[in-house]
Design a protein around this ligand. Structure first.
Ligand code: ZN
Ligand code: ZN
Length: 343
């Protein structure tokens, strides 16, 4: 089969790769569309250590089941599906509590951090266990289907933050996860919604998806603007969808006393942190990783049109152009949200 293989830092090759065959409880998916995730882009440089070559990336995808392994019960050949990126064991103490994103034996599709290598969907075919599959409603095309996984990440972050009606929310970073977080926060009944990004095009998109106020920190002082819209108190909940030293600490400074900080991005593995500010102001901090139980909700919200995702699809390209689009996304010069590859 044709596959886009990450063979060395910043290097991809189209290869003729052995077609996988589904084991017990698995299906063989004919991939129709696969998104390039931010984690793939940061992974390609080798810095995150989570895409050790050779690896076929791709965990945001959709397709049609072409073959089923023994014991597959709820899916059949011809089903149009998408899948959760987390392969969980269903038997450890976390899985038994529904915390599948924290599974002790967790693997992520299209990831190779050293302990395992699970090839992903930037290929004609991928094998997947039945328990992570979700059927696509007729209203959801393959392109939209590839955006269900990132939506589940944003939905999980909003659920982690336990938002209440009318809470004032700040989202830092208007990439796709930040933007989807705004859509979810809006649907969850948030009050004033403030978006922060240094890119004007992204801030325009933030307005489109529901932000009331947008701030470009290159042009104005974010904290002053936030205080002016929160009675001088700060926001009830702040989401950091970037994950740098600076953004995490800035985010912390935007939270009101007793408020919440939800950390989604982790571009840097470690960061010095305002310990005293957290302690003396009783800030609740939530890490948010992948999703746990939000997947069907993401399918339903896109299927019903309550959450729109078409505007995020910047480009649909053949798999053969993978290197080109990875390079463009890494360079970050073009205003791209989601690039989908079609094998
Ligand atoms: Zn992803
Ligand atoms: Zn488990």
């Amino acid at each position: 089969m044709k596959a886009l293989v990450h063979v060395a830092p910043n290097k991809f090759e189209i290869q003729d790769f052995p077609k996988p065959s589904p084991g017990p409880g698995e299906v063989l998916l004919r991939v129709k569309a696969c998104g390039i995730c931010g984690s793939d882009i940061h992974g390609m440089t080798g810095h995150t250590g989570r895409r050790i070559p050779p690896i076929i990336m791709g965990h945001e995808a959709s397709g049609v089941i072409e073959e089923t392994g023994g014991g597959v019960k709820n899916f059949k050949v011809g089903d149009r599906i998408t899948f959760d990126s987390t392969v969980f064991c269903n038997s450890c103490k976390y899985c038994l509590q529904g915390l599948v994103n924290l599974c002790s034996n967790r693997m992520v599709v299209g990831v190779s951090p050293g302990e395992y290598r699970k090839h992903g969907a930037m290929a004609e075919y991928v094998t997947l266990p039945e328990q992570i599959l979700y059927k696509l409603p007729d209203t959801v095309g393959f392109h939209q289907g590839a955006l269900i996984e990132p939506l589940s990440i944003a939905m999980h972050a909003v659920n982690r933050g336990r938002l209440h009606i009318n809470e004032k929310v700040v989202v830092m970073g208007c990439g796709i996860i930040g933007l989807m977080t705004m859509q979810c926060a809006r649907l969850n009944g948030c009050g004033t919604l403030i978006a922060i990004d240094m890119n004007e095009t992204r801030l325009e998109m933030a307005k489109k998806v529901g932000a009331d106020i947008v701030i470009n920190p290159l042009k104005e002082k974010s904290l002053d603007v936030i205080l002016s819209h929160t009675l001088g108190e700060g926001a009830d909940a702040v989401f950091d969808a970037v994950g740098l030293d600076k953004t995490a600490n800035d985010a912390l400074s935007y939270v009101r006393r007793g408020g919440k900080l939800i950390l989604i991005g982790n571009l840097t593995p470690t960061a010095p942190f305002g310990l005293q500010s957290v302690v003396t102001r009783e800030i609740s901090i939530y890490g948010s990783c992948a999703s746990a139980g939000e997947y069907q909700d993401s399918v339903d919200m896109i299927g019903s049109g309550r959450i729109k995702v078409d505007w995020y699809i910047s480009k649909v390209a053949p798999l053969e152009e993978g290197q080109l689009w990875f390079d463009k996304l890494l360079a970050g010069k073009d205003p791209l949200y989601k690039v989908l590859l079609e094998p």
